[in-house]
Design a protein around this ligand. Structure first.
Ligand SMILES: C[S@@+](CC[C@H](N)C(=O)[O-])C[C@H]1O[C@@H](n2cnc3c(N)ncnc32)[C@H](O)[C@@H]1O
Length: 467
């Protein structure tokens, strides 16, 4: 058997986690979604649970903090961060994130693993640059008091929106908008919340178990779970780590993962057993399955979505939870009145959980803040109004429609509802609610409950769509 002349030394502890995080940053910069890229990298890198946790924290944290980390690079390098070779820029992000944010990584390890990673990925000649920049940042931070913010040591702009954007790593347009939506202190609380790992909330499936039984099952497995008093079926797992699908009761359909405020939307729709319900933008089905539970699995529940792939996920969720009442339909919800005339005036209740900018879930989607732009919001406003207009005819007289989003952008929320009410006299706004990250714990959501006029415009509407 051939014996190698030199046996390669084992990699430094934790190097694989950093390498994995760096590859995720590269993939996201090339257009991949952060969660998909991380899942792919973790699948091809065998890591112990603690190292998987570190790779996840470094990848998501560095992506969230992209613009603040860039500011540190620009302040200490000869060339601005955006003009650095991308491989170097992302490597510095992983190293700087550890220095500025990570409580579990000693700064010496942050520097040494970054230098070693530079060599491993073929940036041998740039390893001294990595070392020099990271050590310069460390020196800048050494003289600061112990309780310091990640931006302390940088020159901050005087202009409030630019300072908010820099300190909390937000796009400039979002920081400026936030300061028009909220007082400065609340805008900052929102910004801080977007940079915290999100809570892991569950919704108990009352058709299979109850909260007390599930709490006992978690306690027996050593999993800390707490009820959330304002949501009757909700638990939160404060010590979140690992894949929730491995936890007791998942395979048996005793619960699903759903944010606490996402769980607050279906109670506003108030579905009653036996009713006819349309969930018009339904996939992956967090709210459809909750509606099925409110219906006690009795009635007629249509889950429509234009994405077949996402509807397959919805069906898998419904099967696991044991909800037989759900029927799926891949269709464009703006065309339902024309394509399914029998549905005009048919539904007791309709949920429109609209496609939106997702600004309430930035903590959950590390890369989302860098994807959404003012232009995408303009397009969404048009789609949201088209969806609303298209669904009104499907509601029975005096029926309820709940319009929901996971954003805090007022034009996507109250703005859509005000525009609708202006052009549809006779429709009532029964109630509305906005949850803000930072002001409330959990994701940001909006929901408005609308009621159709008591007398039907069914015949007129049928005529309008040509039937
Ligand atoms: C916010 S998500 C829905 C989340 C879902 N209600 C839940 O709770 O799991 C919005 C959904 O709208 C779908 N969608 C976007 N435009 C649509 C359209 N014109 N017709 C039907 N579905 C659409 C998207 O595919 C996406 O699945």
């Amino acid at each position: 058997m051939a014996v190698p002349d030199r046996i390669a030394p084992p990699p430094a502890p934790g190097l694989e986690s950093r390498h994995c995080a760096w590859r995720v940053l590269q993939a996201v910069a090339a257009g991949a979604y952060a969660d998909g890229a991380l899942e792919r990298e973790l699948a091809r890198t065998p890591l112990a649970p603690l190292d998987r946790g570190l790779a996840t924290e470094l990848a998501y944290g560095s992506i969230r903090q992209r613009s603040l980390l860039d500011a540190w690079i620009t302040a200490h390098a000869r060339v601005a961060a955006e003009r650095q070779p991308p491989q170097l820029r992302w490597l510095l992000h992983v190293g700087l994130y550890q220095i500025l944010f990570s409580e579990r990584v000693p700064v010496s390890a942050a520097v040494s693993t970054s230098v070693e990673l530079a060599r491993r990925i073929g940036l041998v000649r740039l390893a001294p640059v990595v070392n020099a920049i990271l050590r310069a940042v460390l020196r800048r931070r050494q003289d600061l008091p112990a309780r310091r913010e990640a931006w302390d040591g940088l020159m901050l702009p005087n202009e409030p929106a630019a300072a908010l954007a820099l300190c909390h790593s937000l796009p400039a347009w979002l920081a400026a908008d936030l300061l028009t939506w909220l007082p400065a202190g609340q805008a900052e609380a929102f910004a801080r919340a977007t940079n915290q790992p999100p809570a892991l909330d569950l919704r108990i499936n009352p058709l299979r178990t109850d909260i007390d039984a599930q709490l006992r099952a978690f306690a027996a497995a050593g999993v800390v779970a707490l009820p959330l008093n304002d949501q009757p079926q909700a638990l939160t797992l404060p010590d979140r780590s690992g894949d929730p699908r491995a936890l007791p009761g998942f395979k048996e359909g005793h619960w699903c993962v759903q944010d606490r405020h996402a769980q607050a939307v279906v109670p506003l729709l108030a579905p009653q057993p036996g009713e006819k319900i349309l969930d018009a933008c339904a996939a992956p089905g967090g709210k459809t399955t909750q509606i099925a539970e409110s219906l006690q699995d009795r009635g007629e529940l249509w889950a429509v979505d234009r994405s077949e792939a996402r509807l397959r996920r919805l069906q898998a969720n419904a099967d696991r939870l044991g909800h037989g009442v759900i029927q799926t339909l891949a269709a464009d919800a703006t065309l339902l009145a024309a394509e399914r005339p029998a549905w005009i005036g048919y539904f007791d209740r309709i949920l429109l959980d609209a496609p939106c900018s997702g600004l309430g879930t930035l903590a959950r989607h590390a890369d989302a803040r860098w994807r959404v732009t003012p232009a995408t919001i303009e397009e969404l406003l048009v789609l949201q109004s088209r969806l609303l207009e298209a669904l009104l005819p499907l509601l029975a007289p005096a029926g309820w429609l709940v319009y929901a989003t996971c954003t805090v952008e007022p034009r996507e929320n109250r703005g859509r509802i005000e525009a609708l009410l202006q052009s549809h006299p006779g429709w009532q706004l029964v109630q509305e609610q906005q949850w803000w990250p930072g002001l409330h714990s959990g994701d940001g959501f909006y929901a408005a409950v609308l009621q159709a006029p008591a007398t039907s415009a069914k015949e007129g509407l049928k005529a309008a769509v040509g039937h």
